[in-house]
Design a protein around this ligand. Structure first.
Ligand code: PBG
Length: 339
């Protein structure tokens, strides 16, 4: 048989693999799973009832009691982690409640660890969500900045590192398994790692907010933590114009000892996420932030968008871009859809 008589391939038909739900499921390149989702939770000191966050429908500021329930539900749902944010009753210039042993975040950490341990002990789950805490001063300072200020009112990088180190040790003592330094101070990962190791917490994991942008999409979060910030965070969080610099920040955090690096926000920074994921030797997380949540919830509330489909697509896009882990306020609901 000579070459001329070989059958000529017909039209190439990529649609063949899209013909049925079963085929589409079989060949899906990207999947969502509960174990790689992390649920951010807010706990506020002195609340008697959970308080809804108006700009984030479905999200509340928890009491310690309702936080415990949320953590138990996250455990039973198989969610990979919970990220705790504390809102103290008292704020001051240095954020002294951030490292107080009985500060609201430390109490929330201890309570969450105990709740997870109990779910495991009673056999409800074999392993619960990893308990994580935000390591940053902005919820604890009266001026709302992520660090302490110098005499001129500027955020003092190196003075802040000492506060983060102390806060990290307090969180580790309370039982936090993973810390999320989110303040974007230079050298924060190295400073926190050294402090943890010196205090005997060499097993505590650092999930570093590496490429964190000064984003308008953090707006609703500021309500969720009763933020007092005036002005902005542009002297420490990154300029949204810069992609290359995001890679530099990720490289620095990895060199300083970050166990996981994060890009934040997620949706508007998928290019940065993909580039970090392509070169990172450590797992990569992405934070689908409050504004990304609010956009879809608001459009859905108006009947302008298919809520469930939009949520799943937004998360799949983040996953496809390269996120191994995703922080999302929809973690619990999405998990219930995954079946
Ligand atoms: C700082 C912090 C912020 C968020 C997470 N950690 C706020 C900020 O940087 O202004 C935002 C998260 C969100 O918008 O969902 N502790």
């Amino acid at each position: 048989m000579n070459a001329a008589s070989l059958p000529v391939p017909g039209p190439i038909r990529p649609r063949r693999l899209r013909a049925t739900p079963a085929l589409r499921r079989l060949v899906a390149e990207t999947r969502l799973d509960a174990a790689s989702l992390i649920l951010p939770l807010f706990v506020k000191e002195g609340l008697s009832q959970p308080k809804p966050v108006a700009s984030m429908p479905g999200v509340v500021q928890h009491t310690l009691a309702s936080l415990e329930q949320a953590v138990r539900e996250a455990a039973r749902a198989g969610i990979g982690g919970v990220m705790l944010f504390g809102v103290p009753a008292m704020r001051d210039a240095t954020g002294s409640q951030a490292d107080a042993p009985d500060g609201i975040l430390q109490r929330a950490i201890a309570l969450s660890r105990a709740a997870v341990a109990d779910e495991v002990a009673v056999g409800a789950v074999t392993t619960g969500p990893v308990v994580m805490a935000d390591t940053c001063l902005d919820e604890f300072t009266d001026h709302g900045h992520c660090g302490v200020l110098d005499a001129g009112g500027r955020v003092d990088n190196d003075a802040t590192l000492a506060r983060y180190a102390s806060m990290a040790v307090a969180q580790a003592r309370a039982g936090a398994e993973v810390l999320g330094p989110s303040g974007m101070m230079d050298g924060q990962v190295a400073a926190i790692r050294a402090a943890l190791d010196a205090a005997g917490f060499s097993d505590v994991v650092l999930l570093a907010y590496a490429a964190k942008y000064a984003s308008a999409f953090f707006g609703p979060f500021r309500e969720a933590v009763d933020s007092t910030l005036k002005g902005d965070r542009r002297t420490y969080q990154m300029d949204p114009a810069n992609g290359r610099e995001g890679l530099r920040e990720a490289d620095l955090d990895i060199a300083e000892g970050a166990d996981i690096v994060m890009v934040k926000p997620a949706g508007p920074y998928l290019d940065v996420l993909a580039a970090v994921a392509a070169r990172s030797p450590v797992p990569v997380a992405a934070y689908q932030v409050s504004g990304e949540y609010a956009l879809i919830e608001a459009a859905a509330a108006n009947g302008w968008i298919d809520r469930k489909a939009a949520i799943l697509e937004s998360l799949l896009g983040i996953r496809r871009a390269g996120a191994d882990l995703i922080l999302t306020y929809w973690a619990a609901e999405v998990t219930s859809w995954l079946g």
